[in-house]
Design a protein around this ligand. Structure first.
Ligand SMILES: *[C@@H]1O[C@H](CO)[C@@H](O)[C@H](O)[C@H]1NC(C)=O
Ligand SMILES: *[C@@H]1O[C@H](CO)[C@@H](O)[C@H](O)[C@H]1NC(C)=O
Length: 233
């Protein structure tokens, strides 16, 4: 069988207009890591074309990542733009208390051009009710408390890491943060899909939970200059 010229042309147009997967795009790439990746060769990561990293600092008010300092220093020495993230436990203490704990253990921010705003990892409860037993309005208040406390101390709003599915279920798809907090969406697919209410674009996209580099694989939605701009506030 032989395809007609018309059919071949139609295929060529379809291939050209399909948007490339994150791996193929030129946007700055990043990784996010935790104590599951204790021994990272950051010069290799940098040589592989990774520009930024988010490193787990804290969880609730009882856990600090034992590898945070070495990971943060390693990323810094390799020339990466980096920042810390906090895994939220909205059932165990207030947003303000957890923001202060995060700030005291690596989550701080200064406008030095190499530090990303701290990120709030707010997602599925790993050990109980999906929404930690909070109503949607209580969840929104908790996130506001965390976000405002972080902002008062650093001058920037934290990045919010979540999934559209969790956000819709547990905040009632709140649009209250879209004009202040950069968004970081986890979605392991070739396109990002529907975003939570209010946000018209995402700042970061975690597009895979494994790949050629340690940890989860991320992309910045913009240029290298834009990434540096974010690190300057
Ligand atoms: C990291 O990897 C580089 C090669 O990319 C190698 O030269 C270097 O020795 C490694 N560093 C450590 C501490 O293993
Ligand atoms: C990236 O940002 C641009 C606006 O700067 C937006 O049009 C686009 O949809 C965004 N991409 C994603 C995946 O959100």
């Amino acid at each position: 069988m032989k395809l007609s010229t018309t059919a071949l042309l139609a295929i060529a147009v379809a291939v050209a207009s399909a948007s490339p997967t994150p791996e193929k795009r030129a946007n700055p790439k990043g990784i996010d890591v935790s104590a599951y990746q204790p021994n990272i060769n950051w010069s290799t990561v940098k040589a592989n074309g990774i520009s930024f990293a988010y490193i787990k600092a804290t969880e609730g008010t009882t856990y600090t990542n034992p590898d945070f300092s070495s990971q943060y220093t390693g990323a810094t020495n390799a020339g990466l733009i980096r920042g810390g993230y906090h895994f939220a436990h909205p059932d165990s203490s207030s947003g303000a208390t957890q923001a202060k704990y995060f700030l005291a253990h690596g989550g701080g921010w200064t406008s030095d051009g190499i530090t990303l705003p701290g990120a709030l990892d707010i997602e599925y409860n790993p050990s109980g009710a999906e929404c930690y037993g909070l109503s949607a309005s209580a969840m929104v208040s908790w996130i506001k408390d965390f976000s405002n406390t972080y902002h008062s101390s650093t001058g920037v709003y934290p990045v919010i890491y979540t999934t559209t599915d969790w956000w819709t279920t547990c905040t009632g798809n709140s649009a209250a943060f879209a004009s202040t907090n950069p968004l970081w969406i986890a979605r392991y697919a070739s396109s990002i899909g529907t975003l939570p209410a209010g946000w018209s674009y995402t700042t970061f996209w975690q597009y895979a939970d494994s790949g050629p580099n340690p940890g989860d694989q991320d992309e910045f939605n913009g240029s290298m200059a834009g990434l540096k701009q974010l690190a300057l506030g």
